[in-house]
Design a protein around this ligand. Structure first.
Ligand code: HEC
Length: 107
């Protein structure tokens, strides 16, 4: 019985680690070019478009998870460079990107 639990536990841990890798890959492939590795938007596009620094505590506090999810799903009504990703990403990918953006908050 014990070994069975241990096996289940290590399987679910492996899945969680895998999901974390996937979201980093997703961010790198689809978001990093404008928002930067760290979400601070210190990229040519970020500077040109004055994209917000997502690592700022004030931004993190002002945005609810639903706000962030909507920005990703629907794009920005203010700036066409931020496209709607709802047709390109699954609901699970949208959720994991929101969670990932939360990890970018500066300590
Ligand atoms: C081609 C450049 C570009 C790419 C690629 C891009 N974004 Fe954006 N993003 C922007 C711009 C420009 C804004 C600012 C929009 C505004 O000021 O309204 C923005 C805004 C946002 C916002 C809202 C910020 C706020 O304060 O309202 C979120 C959240 C966001 N992006 C997430 C993402 C995620 C996640 C991805 C990848 C799936 C992504 N973006 C890919 C350019 C981009």
């Amino acid at each position: 019985m014990k070994t069975r639990y241990a096996l289940l536990l290590s399987l679910s841990l492996a899945t969680a680690a895998h999901a974390a890798d996937d979201v980093v890959e997703l961010w790198t492939a689809k978001c990093k070019s404008c928002h930067g590795t760290d979400g601070r938007a210190q990229t040519p596009m970020g500077k040109k478009e004055a994209i917000v620094d997502m690592s700022q505590a004030a931004w993190q506090t002002a945005q609810s998870d639903a706000d962030i999810r909507e920005s990703i799903a629907e794009g920005s009504p203010r700036n066409k460079k931020m496209k709607a990703f709802k047709d390109k990403l699954t609901p699970e990918q949208l959720d994991s990107l929101v969670a990932y953006i939360r990890t970018l908050k500066k300590g």
